[in-house]
Design a protein around this ligand. Structure first.
Ligand code: NAD
Ligand code: UDP
Ligand code: UDP
Length: 335
């Protein structure tokens, strides 16, 4: 139990007759990969009004085009490092570049997004009495010395490396969440997301799944970074969204790992993509980047126990579901 103070009184506007039955939900980073799938799910409930705030750094209006103009949907071009004034009940705070090439592109901005952006969303949650969920990351475990990673593991993180703007940034964001919870009684939820894949992943963001699918469809060699024995565990995006919504709607603060425990080496992933998407493609070993974690796999015991959640889509089922979306965006026709 971490609750010390009762939550602040919700804004009177939210209790007015205009909003009685509707739930108003803010999704920061809602134009991105996971955020746009979350918006799709939230919009299916007719009682939800959804507001997306996104600066389009790595996201795109294209991901939300089916909702633009819908009476229960609103899209705001907004950078979360600036204050935001809206009246909402729930905040899904996803805004943050997630792939190394984007977060390393402007590390200072990445840190500001994690720290000032999260501070602003907590200030907003405090003002309006909203519940806020942070999408943290498995990267808070760094290059883990404990395997698989449980939520109680504190991590092995380099504070001055090229990935630190992201992993240390998320660690500070988690600290801020708990400090607002303890100091101001804010209702918080923290998800530690493990590698997620699916349609609408950025095509050229350097993530391994999007790289391999795009390379296979373009007929280019699949680039396995050395040594290729490093492991990751990949969660299909519909399972991820389901886990995030259960966490938001439940009564546990977390942090809770949300991910798929099925663990694969990068060589195994390349071989699976080759088999399922393009059997005649070449697999090539290439140099790696610094600080690449050697292994990563979530322990999801807690998510199973307290959320009744576990992933349902296997890697071999999920990978083919990306093919059509990638073909369309790459302009590669099926032979
Ligand atoms: P994404 O890059 O597709 O989405 C992030 C969105 O945030 C984009 O639409 C981007 O434009 C927006 N954004 C970035 N900086 C912003 C700012 N300062 N103000 C407003 N908007 C901003 O990434 P994603 O994969 O959908 O990740 C969503 C969240 O999940 C992120 O917080 C990420 O750290 C977390 N996460 C993702 C993964 C994964 O495997 N995809 C793993 C762990 C954690
Ligand atoms: N904030 C915001 N929207 C709000 C309320 C606050 O963006 O509706 C920002 C505010 O600008 C501040 C941050 O959230 O920078 C933290 O707010 P809080 O009230 O906790 O702290 P203070 O303003 O007292 O520093
Ligand atoms: N990787 C790879 N080939 C690529 C891109 C990445 O072998 O074209 C490897 C990378 O070295 C890492 C793993 O895939 O070990 C996952 O990398 P990604 O950037 O997708 O995610 P993260 O490192 O954030 O888990």
């Amino acid at each position: 139990g971490t609750t010390t103070k009762p939550p602040p009184t919700p804004s009177p506007l939210r209790n007015s007759k205009f909003f009685q039955s509707n739930m108003r939900i803010l999704v920061t980073g809602g134009a991105g990969f996971i955020g746009s799938h979350l918006v799709d799910r939230l919009m299916q409930n007719e009682k939800n009004e959804v507001i997306v705030a996104d600066n389009y750094f790595t996201g795109s209006k294209d991901n939300l085009k089916k909702w633009i103009g819908h009476p229960r949907f609103e899209l705001i071009r907004h950078d979360v490092t600036e204050p935001l004034l809206v009246e909402v009940d729930h905040i899904y705070h996803l805004a943050c570049p997630a792939s190394p090439i984007f977060y390393k592109h402007n590390p200072v901005k990445t840190m500001k997004t994690n720290v000032i952006g999260t501070l602003n969303m907590l200030g907003l949650a405090k003002r309006v009495g909203a519940r806020i969920l942070l999408t943290s990351t498995s990267e808070v475990y760094g290059d883990p010395l404990v395997h698989p990673q449980t939520e109680s593991y504190w991590g092995n993180v380099n504070p001055i490396g090229v990935r630190s703007c992201y992993d240390e940034g998320k660690r500070v964001a988690e600290t801020l969440m708990f400090d607002y919870h303890r100091q101001h009684g804010i209702e918080i939820r923290i998800a530690r997301i493990f590698n997620t894949y699916g349609p609408r992943m950025n095509i050229d963001d350097g993530r391994v799944v999007s790289n391999f699918i795009a390379q296979a469809l373009r007929g280019e060699a699949l680039t396995v970074q050395k040594p290729g024995t490093q492991t990751r565990s990949f969660c299909y995006v519909s399972d991820m969204v389901d886990g995030l919504m259960r966490l938001m709607e439940g009564d546990q603060t977390g942090p809770i790992n949300i991910g798929n425990p099925g663990e694969f080496t990068m060589v195994e992933l390349a071989e699976t993509v080759k088999e399922l998407i393009k059997p005649d493609v070449e697999i090539r070993m290439v140099e790696n980047t610094p600080d690449d974690p050697k292994q990563r796999k979530p322990d999801i015991t807690k998510a199973k126990q307290v959320l009744g959640w576990e992933p349902t889509v296997k890697l071999r089922e999920g990978l083919p579901l990306m093919e059509e979306d990638f073909r369309l965006r790459l302009g590669v026709v099926k032979k």
